[in-house]
Design a protein around this ligand. Sequence first.
Ligand SMILES: [Zn+2]
Ligand SMILES: [Zn+2]
Length: 163
Amino acid sequence: MTRSSRLHSAVAGDQAARLAHKLARADALAAERGLALTTLRRQVYTLIAESERPVGAYDLLAALEPQRGRVPPTTVYRAIEFLVEHGFVHRIESKNAFFACCQMGEPHQSQFLMCDACGETVEIPGDRLAAQLSRSAPAQGFEVHHQVVELSGLCAACKHGHA
Ligand SMILES: [Zn+2]
Ligand SMILES: [Zn+2]
């Protein structure tokens, strides 16, 4: 085995382990809350969770086709809505796409770092920024319904040309 293929399988192994962990967490959360994680919802969640980048609805439809044949788009949209509503995934507004939550089951605000070059996206959960914003003078009396903080730029690997 060459050095690079060994490295590749180690990375693939890490990804598989991370995915298995997210799926176990999703199953546990569904069981805890009495939520029906149906086969389709679980398949959609798996496709989103195994991606390091936000996944759009059309990409999900295309990826589901080999597994399930043609699924009506509205059925898939409803599955996505379910996953967003119950905190399994976040909607990434600037890309109209979806990204698996790293802290399922705990209510939180999130900030996202998104690489313009490779698309890699990282969630930074935390309520401090939201609290700071809501305490600021211009926000006095303003009732926030929805907060989106999505930062675009270059990830460390792309910045140093290793991607
Ligand atoms: Zn989250
Ligand atoms: Zn990058």
